[in-house]
Write a protein that binds this ligand. Structure first.
Ligand code: ADP
Ligand code: MG
Ligand code: MG
Length: 916
């Protein structure tokens, strides 16, 4: 018994269901669910789905089909014919079908769909009869079939590459149609009369013969199989492939093909087609939202050829407010649609994106899927659905991806700067947030300019799936046409990109590389700023700012995260300002405070000068003198950070970088230093030269400095304890954790602990206090340290994994030189990902696990955290949770993302233990 390749649906039944997405694709599985599930049984035109396994077979077997497929298709078609009382290819009463693509995960517009298959010179008369003599409609359907079929099957699937955009067959046919409209004085496609359309079909056919050297197939079965093959071929089309790369969809998945009875939204003014969302995907509001077109077929809405009308009052916007809503023109159908969308949302317990068609006042459902949404909408919907008790809190937390959360932390235009400006043009707010950049007019330019490090805004009349890479590269997208469900809006929403569409007043002049809006003209390379939340476009480069603090829904959402997560979330912060920011974002302490920070950047002149004195000192006495001068600066800095985190732990790392990093190179600075030290320039140069190392990253740094110069560690440790003592006396609640870096053996740590213990006693005496709450521990960043962690934990009270260095030394990859080879490693699949971005769980992860295991064996209550860059990366955070760390630490802006990722790690763990 062979495999089953075809699954039917229709007439209140279905062989498939929503759970079969891998086999039937998202579209096929959801059509089956809508048609057959006992609590839905929605009006879905009958059809059948050819599985993704056939696609795989097709590519593995030189584009041929498995035995038995043809028979299964024939049988399924017979089933549909029976339900419909029509026959495919019957000249008297023909059945027409669409051939639709559908992968496991939706790839909007990236693959092909062909409508009106089965329409031939022979069946035309039958269809006219069926439609009650509507010849106009039939020839409109026929010309659409010819256009789609010649483009998708005869050109694209046949691998024919047109010279340029203009010479593709579709463009050539569109030109013929444009000319005909002009001759007849027609404004819209729908103004063409039956005789015009008839003539058009004939013109199309001869053009196809001329360009593609083949006849348009006038045989139903040839059309059907041509369509099926073309959908499979479109899985490997250029657009689909590049979309898969961006979205990380595996090539092996393949697409399914759904063959479905046609229903006609283009039968006249009692017919229509549309797209809607059960909630507003732009901001998450719980309001039915959508667009429709009277007398049109499906692709017209998404393609943006005509401006769609709002389905209800709520969906109205500035540019379409004059148009009549579906609710007004077809109140009964609207009510039915409204009811169905309600049921669908309850059934799927998530926002649905639906496609519908109305044929002569009868409503049909053509698609539903979980709707894409941007970050702000995702958070809002999750919190709303939680309140509505539609979902539980675990589910709510899984509804927002860390990437979507990131969108809420993204910049907006500084309201003050914005208030001072007038928008030059307004459009639909399709993707929120602000963006500023230089204007380009093609996807190709967007990619190139972005490569040069420029921030670009891609301006198009309309985007199409060919533009995806440019859209990706651009900071924001601005289009003149299209609605909230247009291609640009859909794709931008999926990526959380700032996007404005449908700026009716914007005129793009591709040839002149400029656009105009009112009396303003903007040329390529000019700066514009977009407010994607309002839909406003401004000239020039406006100031940006971060908006996350005032967002109440976000704060509530994160509180729910906190009620689930077990990992602590700390931050890497070197200044009180960063520490305060991180506190606002919910950080529970500092996981890494780097003392050397005070020697870089603003305000670093004085301490840096003293540090340099210390570095080039020759004798202990000289060094001590310099350290004494440096001491108050170090203490002040540390005190500020501990105070900002009052009550929470602050991990302070002792001086880490090799000293030569601080040697001055500027002659004026050298001279000043020599003078201060009272030595000659020559002497200074030779002392500086002595610090040179050939491999400084593995040289005299970290604890090694403390071993050779104990007074350097002593000064820092004293600063830490005195800062804490002073805070205690001020009634605060300090909790420093002293962290020794670059340790590879427990004896190094013992050496430093002796210094710490002595200074601790001195400080207690000096301040007359009994105790300062603190810990003494180490960074685990050298592979050897992970292996001898058992011994290290006898001295260390805590470990903090420095995964940047652990990765560098574990792989033997120099962090600063990976640019030369790592891209090839990824391209060739030698490594699945950049191990400096996400923890290499197989190797470096093993070191981490070994270290934790051995460390905790020696000291049960050993505190373990991570302070490497990975601490803010969701997959690594999940790993840290799974191996039992106590906390992760990341930059302040990643703290909210880490809170979500930590909550999701708990939920995923629960699912693993108890599969649903
Ligand atoms: P995509 O995956 O690109 O959205 P679809 O397969 O959904 O492609 O087809 C695009 C549009 O074609 C649909 O939105 C729908 O309006 C129209 N369409 C597809 N199949 C049918 C059908 N059987 N009857 C009427 N319209 C259809
Ligand atoms: Mg669709
Ligand atoms: Mg390090």
């Amino acid at each position: 018994m062979g495999r089953k390749y075809v699954y039917s649906f229709g007439g209140g039944k279905a062989e498939g269901n929503e759970g079969m997405k891998n086999l039937l694709g998202g579209k096929g599985a959801n059509l089956a669910e809508m048609a057959g599930h006992k609590s839905l049984k929605l009006p879905v035109p009958p059809g059948f789905t050819v599985t993704t396994e056939v696609c795989t077979y097709y590519y593995e077997n030189k584009k041929s089909y498995p035995k038995g497929l043809a028979k299964e298709v024939l049988d399924a078609m017979k089933g549909v014919e029976k339900l419909m009382g029509r026959e495919f290819g019957d000249p008297d009463n023909p059945l027409l079908v669409s051939v639709r693509s559908g992968a496991r995960r939706s790839m909007p517009g990236m693959m092909e769909t062909i409508l009106n298959i089965g329409l031939t010179e022979k069946t035309i008369l039958g269809l006219i009869k069926q439609s009650g003599g509507n010849g106009r409609f039939v020839y409109d359907a026929y010309r659409r079939l010819i256009m789609m079929y010649s483009d998708v099957v005869m050109e694209k699937a046949a691998g024919i590459e047109p010279k340029d955009d203009e010479s593709g067959i579709r463009k050539q046919l569109e030109k013929i149609m444009g000319k005909m409209k002009q001759e007849k004085g027609c404004k819209s496609d729908t103004d063409l009369k039956v005789e015009d359309l008839k003539k058009l079909c004939a013109l199309f056919k001869s053009k196809i013969k001329e360009v593609l050297k083949k006849d348009f197939p006038d045989e139903p079965n040839e059309q059907l199989w041509g369509g099926i093959s073309a959908v499979f071929a479109s899985w490997n089309g250029k657009r689909a492939v590049s979309y898969r790369r961006i979205e990380g969809i595996p090539d092996e998945w393949g697409t399914a093909v759904t063959v479905q009875t046609m229903v006609f939204g283009n039968m006249g003014n009692d017919s229509a087609t549309g797209v809607a969302f059960t909630r507003n995907p732009g901001n998450g509001e719980n309001k039915f939202y959508g667009e429709y077109l009277i007398n049109a077929q499906g692709e017209d809405v998404v393609a943006g050829i005509r401006t769609p009308a709002p389905i209800n009052e709520y969906s109205k916007s500035d540019h379409d407010k004059e148009l009549v809503t579906l609710e007004k023109t077809m109140p009964k159908v609207y009510k039915e649609l409204f009811d169905i969308q309600n049921r669908l949302e309850k059934h799927y317990r998530d926002m649905q994106d639906i496609e519908f068609t109305i044929e002569k006042d009868r409503l049909f459902m053509l698609q539903c899927r979980v709707g894409k949404r941007n970050g702000p909408a995702a958070v809002r919907m999750a919190m709303d659905m939680l309140k509505e008790k539609l979902i539980k809190k675990e589910e709510a937390m899984m509804r927002v991806s860390p990437g979507q959360l990131e969108e809420l932390l993204h910049p907006i235009i500084d309201p003050k700067a914005e208030a001072a400006q007038k928008p030059i043009v307004k459009g639909l707010p399709a993707g929120p947030g602000g963006a500023t950049g230089q204007v380009v007019f093609s996807a190709k330019d967007a990619v190139e300019w972005a490569k040069q490090g420029k921030s670009v805004i891609l301006v198009r009349e309309e985007t199409n799936p060919e533009d995806v890479e440019g859209m990706r590269a651009a900071r924001a997208i601005l289009t003149a046409r299209g609605g909230m469900t247009s291609h640009a809006a859909l794709v931008a929403r999926g990526w959380g990109k700032c996007c404005i569409v449908g700026c009716g007043a914007l005129h793009v002049d591709y040839a002149g590389r400029k656009f105009s809006a009112g009396d303003k003209t903007i040329k390529e390379g000019d700066w514009v700023t977009l407010n994607g939340t309002k839909g406003n476009v401004y000239v020039g480069q406006l100031a940006m700012m971060d908006a996350s603090e005032e967002n109440k829904i976000l704060m509530d959402f994160l509180k729910v995260c906190d009620s689930i997560k077990r990992l602590g979330i700390r931050t890497n912060a070197d200044t009180p300002t960063d520490a305060k920011k991180a506190r606002q974002f919910g950080a529970e302490g500092i996981g890494l405070f780097r003392t050397e920070h005070m020697f870089y950047g603003k305000g670093s002149d004085e301490p840096l000068f003293m540090l340099r004195e210390m570095i080039v000192s020759k004798t202990e006495a000289e060094r001590k003198k310099a350290l004494d001068k440096l001491f108050p600066y170090v203490k002040k800095d540390i005190k500020g950070a501990i105070e900002a985190m009052d009550g929470f732990p602050v991990v302070i790392r002792l001086l880490d970088p090799p000293l030569h990093e601080f040697v001055p190179r500027d002659p004026a600075k050298l001279e000043q230093l020599a003078k201060e030290l009272n030595i000659s320039l020559d002497e200074l140069s030779s002392r500086a030269a002595a610090l040179h190392e050939s491999n400084p990253m593995m040289g005299h740094r970290g604890v090694r400095l403390g071993v050779t110069y104990p007074e350097v560690s002593a000064m820092q440790i004293r600063a830490i304890f005195e800062a804490a003592a002073e805070l205690l006396q001020e009634g605060k609640n300090p909790y420093p954790e002293i962290m020794v870096p670059v340790v590879c053996d427990v004896k190094e740590l013992k050496d430093q602990l002796a210094i710490a213990q002595q200074i601790y006693q001195e400080v207690l005496t000096k301040y007359g206090i009994k105790k300062i709450k603190h810990m003494f521990g180490t960074m685990i960043e050298i592979p050897r340290a992970a292996l001898v962690a058992g011994k290290i934990a006898e001295v260390a009270q805590f470990f903090s994994y420095g995964t940047n260095d652990l990765t560098q030394m574990g792989f033997g990859f120099s962090r600063d030189d990976i640019g030369g080879f790592l891209p090839d490693y990824i391209k060739k699949g030698i490594l699945p990902a950049d191990p400096f971005q996400t923890i290499d769980q197989e190797g470096i992860g093993e070191l981490i696990k070994i270290g934790i295991e051995r460390g905790r064996k020696a000291r049960k209550d050993l505190e373990v955290g991570i302070c490497g860059e990975h601490g803010g990366e969701p997959r690594s955070i999940e790993f840290c949770h799974n191996v039992g760390m106590d906390y992760v630490s990341c930059s302040p802006f990643r703290v909210p993302i880490a809170r979500l990722a930590a909550a999701q790690a708990v939920i995923k763990e629960g699912k693993r233990k108890k599969p649903a």
